[in-house]
Design a protein. Structure first.
Length: 181
């Protein structure tokens, strides 16, 4: 009886070893996880760079609004300017609450500096932000900051701070036109 059991087990083993049914499914299962992970990481990187490009363009539009004196004439607030930027930017979730602006005036272009806005953990320190759109002929720098939460654990190379997020930022420096208030 024992030899019959061994012979049956040997036949079953031989059939399993030489049987190729389902091998494609197993190979796909082994390669699918890395493939889709890489695909998702590429997709997320593309989303981050697209959001950054749209932030740059909307900030340029906001800078033109300030530079031409329209913002000063309309007594634009930081909330209104943030909403104006968020209306034009793509892919930033909860943009009006998460987008932070820093608008400063300077006496010369040589004096334009970019003071740090993040703390040691990478969070935006709103106490360091100001909002002064200046007057005619003033040199102004406007900066926008948005913390993008990285979704994929495999795109940690996108992170540019210690909290594992990416700080999207854009800035424009310009001289206001000689508009009349």
């Amino acid at each position: 009886m024992k030899s019959r059991f061994v012979a049956t087990a040997f036949r079953i083993k031989k059939r399993i070893v030489h049987d190729e049914d389902g091998s494609v499914a197993i190979e796909f299962a082994l390669t699918a996880i890395p493939f889709f992970t890489l695909l998702f990481a590429i997709f997320e990187a593309g989303m981050v760079f697209f959001a950054s490009a749209t932030l740059d363009q909307s900030l340029n539009d906001a800078a033109r609004y300030i530079r031409t004196g329209q913002a000063q004439t309309a007594s634009t607030t930081v909330t209104q300017l943030t909403k104006s930027i968020c209306d034009k930017v793509a892919l930033l979730t909860n943009c009006t609450n998460n987008l932070k602006l820093d608008v400063r005036i300077y006496s010369s272009f040589a004096g334009v500096t970019s003071p740090p806005v993040t703390n040691s953990s990478g969070a935006i320190n709103t106490a360091n932000l100001t909002f002064n759109i200046g007057g005619a002929g003033d040199i102004v720098m406007i900066r926008a900051f948005y913390v993008w939460n990285i979704m994929s654990p495999f795109t940690t190379g996108l992170s540019n701070n210690t909290s594992g997020t990416r700080l999207l930022q854009s800035s424009v420096a310009f001289r206001n036109e000689p508009f009349t208030s």
